[in-house]
Write a protein that binds this ligand. Structure first.
Ligand SMILES: [Zn+2]
Length: 345
């Protein structure tokens, strides 16, 4: 039947640029597709296709391909030969496999829609889809995303709603053009501090996760919309802090001394540290106390600070204050903290 429908399309000659066979109960793609070498747009959505035909790979002028709402079980490998492809819709299939080689040919792909499939993982090679600006993976079963995804330097919209993600890679900071990020309905507990480097981010949705606290610096993001309902956020109630006496081991005492001397530009220490790259590397991970501004490395007091969201943010209605994670160097600084900082029990 599909062949017949296609022949009807081809009546005007083999020069068809657009073929739309939407909702025709097609189970097998017509092999005569190979005659349509000048085809730019092919729409086979809402059919019953299990497997694409090998002739698909001959459509080297194709820009738009929609195979949404079919019965595909993997991202078709034939697609890698369609190097002209810019928009690919594979939503609403049964896709659980994403062959790594597919990405190599899709250097011009701008949009990839894999919503409503059964993906549990993504290949590292997604990092090779270098033109990608829009990636949608809503309603899959992803438990993690490969860090290579964070190297898609043109990506501006990323949708990962309704998956099983528990963490976001620190490398997220490399998505310099990211404007919209949707992470609703996952199992995310923390957003990494690097998240605050997403200077272009305007819309963030983290509704329905298990976030209690946001990284410090979060309030400086230039968001326009922020959704965070249904998270067990810390509320502004004094949390009884169960803080012990300060007890630092030798590494911590030494690290603090070196880091704070370097801050004060002690020339002897500055010179000496160059001889010890291992130590230099270790202390580069030091953090700063929000009260006294001094450095620490492995021991701190975990606290929460409540700040008002920026007035320019459009936010969830019941969110009056955002809980931010702040770190203090010592009991002394804890006793000098402001009224908006509480210890976390
Ligand atoms: Zn301090």
């Amino acid at each position: 039947m599909a062949e017949r429908l296609l022949i009807r399309v081809m009546k005007g000659g083999n020069h068809a640029k657009i073929v739309t066979l939407n909702g025709k109960k097609i189970t097998k793609m017509p092999t005569s597709l190979e005659n349509l070498t000048g085809l730019r747009s092919l729409d086979f959505q809402n059919n019953q296709i299990f497997k694409v035909c090998p002739q698909l790979s001959t459509l080297t002028q194709l820009i738009f391909l929609n195979l949404g709402n079919n019965f595909l079980e993997e991202v078709p490998e034939e697609i890698k030969y369609i190097t002209s492809l810019k928009k690919l819709h594979l939503f609403g299939n049964r896709i659980s496999k994403f062959p790594p080689g597919v990405c190599d040919g899709l250097q011009n792909l701008i949009l990839l829609n894999l919503n409503n499939n059964k993906l549990t993982w993504l290949p590292e090679e997604v990092g090779r889809l270098r033109s990608l600006t829009y990636l949608s993976l809503n309603c899959n079963q992803l438990t993690s995303i490969p860090r290579q995804l964070c190297f898609l330097k043109n990506l501006s919209e990323l949708y990962l709603n309704y998956n099983q993600l528990s963490r976001i890679p620190e490398d997220i900071k490399y998505l310099k053009k990211l404007q919209r990020l949707s992470l609703a309905r996952n199992n995310i507990e923390f957003l990494p501090e690097e998240f605050c480097d997403l200077k272009k981010l305007r819309i963030l949705d983290v509704a329905g996760n298990i976030i209690q606290i946001f990284p410090s610096g979060f309030q400086d993001l230039k968001l326009q919309e922020f959704y965070c309902e249904e998270n067990p956020l810390f509320r502004k109630e004094p949390i009884i802090a169960d803080q012990q006496e300060d007890l630092w081991n030798l590494l911590e005492i030494t690290a603090r001394f070196i880091m704070n001397q370097l801050e004060e530009k002690n020339s002897f220490i500055m010179h000496a540290i160059e001889e010890y790259p291992d130590i230099k590397n270790k202390i580069s991970k030091g953090k700063r106390c929000v009260i006294c501004g001094k450095f620490f490395l492995t021991t701190w007091l975990e606290c929460v600070q409540f700040v008002s969201p920026s007035e320019t943010w459009k936010i969830s209605k019941n969110l009056k204050l955002i809980p931010l994670r702040v770190l203090l160097c010592s009991q002394k600084c804890f006793s000098e903290r402001g009224p908006n900082i509480f210890g976390i029990a």
